[in-house]
Write a protein that binds this ligand. Structure first.
Ligand code: KG4
Ligand code: ZN
Length: 347
C-alpha cells in the first residue's frame, strides 16, 4: 500500500511517500529563513509559503520517484494541531487529490505522528510511554496502539522548545535556537544551581516551562551582560545549565509516568527537541534503569517532516481508518475530535 503524507502544520512544507511501512522518498521546503528575521513564525507568511511550495513539491516528488498519481492508495495529511491557515493549505490540497484520484483521505494528529515515526526505524513496542517534546508541545502519553493514545500530561503554558527558542533569541542565537543551544551546551559546564527544575513537586504529569523561561532570561541578563561571552566560555556554560535544567525536568516527569504505568514495555521519545543529545542520553539511561525498551528517531526524523505523516497514515490506513471530505483542520488549543471512520481493512 502506497501512502502519500502531507505536512504543513507550521513552517515546513513537506511531502513523503511510504510503501508498506518503508519510506520511498521525502521532500521538505523549510521557511526558517523567512521567519528568522521576526524571531518566530509569522502565521500569514507561513500560509503563503505553503501555498507557493506545495504544488511544485508534489510534482518534484513524483518526478524523483517516477511514481504516477494513480499509484497512490491513500492520502494522509497532518490535520493539527498547528496554525490554522497553514493546516488549511495541506488539507485542501489533500482533499483535492483525494477527490481527483478517487482515493481515501486520512487526517493525522501531528503530535501522534512524531511519536509513531519511531516505527520507520525501529520495531515499535506497545504499550509505551511516549514523551513528545517540540516547539509548541510537551506531552506525555500512554500509547496502546497506533490508534490509541491516552494523554497523561501536557504543558500548561510554554513548551520546552519555546523556552529554548526564546532564551536563545535573548542570547543572540539564530531562530530556532534549540540546535545551537545543544551544540554550545555540549562544550560547556552546567551549573546545576543556576536554574530551577519547574513544576515537579506535585502529582501531576503536566509540564510548565514559563517560569524557567523567565528565570533563564533574568540569569542570562545578569551573567552575560558586558561580558566577552564567546572568549571565556560563559555562553557555553549558560547553555549547558539551561539544557540540563530542561533535560532533568523532562526526565523526572517521564520517570513519574513510568512508575505510574508499570504496564508499559517501552519509552518512546520524539519531536524537534528529541534531537537534543543530552535529552536522548538521559531518557535512554532512565529507560534502561527501568528495563524498558528505548526508542527515539534519528535527528532528521525528530523535527517536522512528512515521512512521519505518511508512515502514520500507512499504519492507520491498513487498519481501515479514513475520513470524509468534512475533515476539519484543528488549530492549536482546540480539542482534537475522535472522528476517524473505521471500514474494512482495504489494503
Ligand atoms: O517538532 P518541531 O520540528 O516543530 C514543532 O512541531 O514545534 O520542533 C521544533 C523545536 C524548536 O523549538 C527547536 O529549537 C527544537 O525543536 N530543536 C532542538 C534541537 N533541534 C531542534 N532543541 C534542542 N536540541 C536540538 N538539537
Ligand atoms: Zn512538530
Amino acid at each position: 500500500m502506497l501512502c502519500l503524507g502531507i505536512e504543513s502544520s507550521c513552517d515546513e512544507t513537506a511531502l513523503a511517500l511510504v510503501r508498506d511501512g518503508a519510506l520511498v522518498d521525502s521532500l521538505l521546503s523549510s521557511q526558517v529563513d523567512v521567519h528568522a528575521i521576526f524571531g518566530g513564525v509569522v502565521p500569514e507568511l507561513a500560509s503563503r509559503e505553503h501555498c507557493r511550495f506545495i504544488g511544485p513539491l508534489f510534482d518534484e516528488l513524483l518526478e524523483r520517484t517516477q511514481i504516477r498519481p494513480t499509484e497512490i492508495d491513500l492520502i494522509a495529511v497532518a490535520r493539527g494541531p498547528g496554525l490554522l491557515g497553514s493546516l488549511l493549505v495541506g488539507s485542501a490540497f489533500a482533499k483535492g487529490l483525494s477527490l481527483a484520484l478517487g482515493k481515501p483521505l486520512l487526517g493525522i494528529n501531528h503530535l501522534h505522528a512524531h511519536l509513531l515515526a519511531n516505527g520507520l526505524e525501529h520495531e515499535p513496542v506497545f504499550p509505551a510511554i511516549g514523551l513528545l517534546v517540540s516547539g509548541g508541545h510537551t506531552n506525555l502519553y500512554l500509547i496502546e496502539s497506533p490508534a490509541h493514545f491516552r494523554q497523561l500530561g501536557r504543558c500548561i503554558d510554554d513548551a520546552a522548545g519555546e523556552c529554548l527558542d526564546k532564551t536563545g533569541s535573548l542570547l543572540g542565537l539564530p531562530y530556532p535556537a534549540g540546535m545551537a543551544i545543544d551544540a554550545l551546551a555540549s562544550v560547556g559546564k552546567a551549573d546545576n544551581a543556576l536554574l530551577p527544575r519547574p513544576h515537579l513537586h506535585n502529582d501531576s504529569l503536566d509540564f510548565s516551562f514559563s517560569g524557567l523561561k523567565t528565570a533563564a532570561a533574568k540569569a542570562a541578563a545578569k551573567k552575560l551582560e558586558n561580558c566577552e561571552v564567546r572568549s571565556d566560555g560563559m555562553l557555553e556554560d549558560f547553555c549547558a545549565s539551561l539544557n540540563t535544567a530542561i533535560a532533568d525536568t523532562l526526565t523526572q516527569k517521564l520517570e513519574k509516568a513510568i512508575l505510574t504505568h508499570p504496564e508499559a514495555k517501552a519509552v518512546w521519545l520524539a519531536g524537534g527537541v528529541a534531537a537534543n543529545r543530552l535529552l536522548r542520553r538521559e531518557c535512554q539511561n532512565l529507560a534502561e534503569r527501568h528495563n524498558l525498551v528505548f526508542l527515539v528517531p534519528s535527528a532528521r526524523l525528530c523535527t517536522d517532516n512528512a515521512a512521519m505523516i505518511a508512515y502514520a497514515g500507512w499504519l492507520l490506513g491498513k487498519e481501515g481508518f479514513s475520513h470524509d471530505l468534512a475533515l476539519e483542520a484543528i488549530p492549536r488549543g482546540k480539542m482534537m475530535p475522535d472522528d476517524m471512520r473505521k471500514g474494512k481493512k482495504s489494503f
